[in-house]
Design a protein around this ligand. Structure first.
Ligand code: SUD
Ligand code: ADP
Length: 293
């Protein structure tokens, strides 16, 4: 085997609370992560030379050593003393710098793919430990599903997820936010609207998506929506079009809405498409990285 193809799925956050800050500047979080069926395709090919080559259909991501995929390859090459060359083609469908972990899930896919290609036999837990060296969301992205994430996002407890029949409407306004800037913009002594994660987990267990939707909260939203008025505007459009609830994902600027009727989600998608180009209706997924074929 000298090539492998994988699906690298996006996530949304059904809640984010920030509890404190570590000495290294990373924040301690308590958040619910949900994998969705919107994915990039990662095509990995072994090369005869020892080069690392990144290609993509997207002009929004770096193709040099700034790409997190490059860092994932280098991490494994150095750790296991491998000098084989690799080409990765990233077919980008997940909006970039969106709060949907697009880069983190690409890195997760490369760790899973190279583990197989190079027969490293690393366990899921070992892959997650390596993934954490690349980014806080990478361990979660390896396994996907629905999880309460604690620590800086790497301590994962798996919980019941959103039912498949819930339509998730995603809208990414055409603006870019930096995760680092959003965390830095948060005043830890003055956090409003903290989510009740225990209650949200109970709602998921019971399948009470109406209550879940009404109680979702992301403390990073205040920071991003103060700067970008589009976030509240998109939420208002979703709520006026029968969403059960609507909220910003991650550090933003993506906004999602949960709908119990797919026809309402599709109608709202058409309305949003008049103003925004990156709008999708998807459902939840139980898989994170998936090997194709
Ligand atoms: C906000 C969240 C919520 O899921 O998602 P995104 O908006 O990125 O999708 C995550 O916490 C983002 O995780 P991730 O994007 O992997 O973060 P990293 O690459 O490790 O870090 C980028 C920067 O964000 C800040 N950061 C990240 C995670 C964390 N728990 N505390 C932080 O303070 C740090 O300043 C760091 O330099
Ligand atoms: N493979 C990649 N996919 C997406 N973004 C990448 C990738 N490699 C590096 N980046 C850079 O990482 C930053 C964050 O992108 P992304 O992971 O999509 O954000 P988020 O986690 O907020 O969804 C962007 O500025 C982007 O240029």
């Amino acid at each position: 085997m000298n090539s492998i193809e994988l699906k690298s799925r996006a996530k949304i956050n059904l809640s984010i609370d920030v509890l404190g800050k570590r000495d290294d500047g990373y924040h301690l979080v308590e958040m619910i992560m949900q994998t969705i069926d919107l994915y990039d395709v990662i095509k990995i090919k072994q090369l005869d030379t020892n080069d690392v080559v990144i290609k993509s259909n997207s002009s929004h991501i770096p193709l040099d050593n700034d790409n997190i995929v490059y860092k994932a390859i280098e991490l494994l090459r150095q750790r296991f003393n491998i000098n084989k060359g690799i080409e990765v083609f990233i077919e980008k469908n997940i909006p970039v710098a969106a709060g949907m972990a697009g880069g983190s899930s690409n890195a997760a896919a490369v760790l899973v793919g190279l583990n197989k290609l190079w027969k490293l036999n690393l366990t899921e837990q070992e892959l997650q430990e390596l993934g954490l060296k690349l980014g806080a969301d990478v361990p979660y992205c390896i396994s996907g599903k629905t999880a309460l994430a604690e620590g800086i996002g790497e301590k994962l407890s798996y919980i019941k997820g959103l039912p498949k029949n819930i339509s998730i409407l995603i809208c990414k306004p055409n603006l870019f936010v930096s995760t680092k800037d959003v965390y830095q913009g948060l005043d830890l002594n003055n956090i409003e609207n903290r989510p009740n994660n225990k209650l949200l987990i109970e709602c998921l267990e019971k399948g009470d998506i109406d209550s879940l939707s009404k109680n979702m909260s992301n403390v990073l939203e205040n920071v991003t929506s103060k700067i970008h008025k589009e976030i509240n505007e998109i939420e208002e459009i979703m709520m006026a079009n029968s969403a059960l609830g609507s909220m910003m994902s991650g550090s933003g600027p993506t906004v999602f809405g949960l709908f119990d009727k797919s026809e309402n989600a599709l109608k709202c998608k058409d309305i949003l498409l008049q103003q925004y180009s990156q709008v999708y209706v998807v459902s939840s997924s139980e898989k994170g990285v998936e090997i194709c074929g």
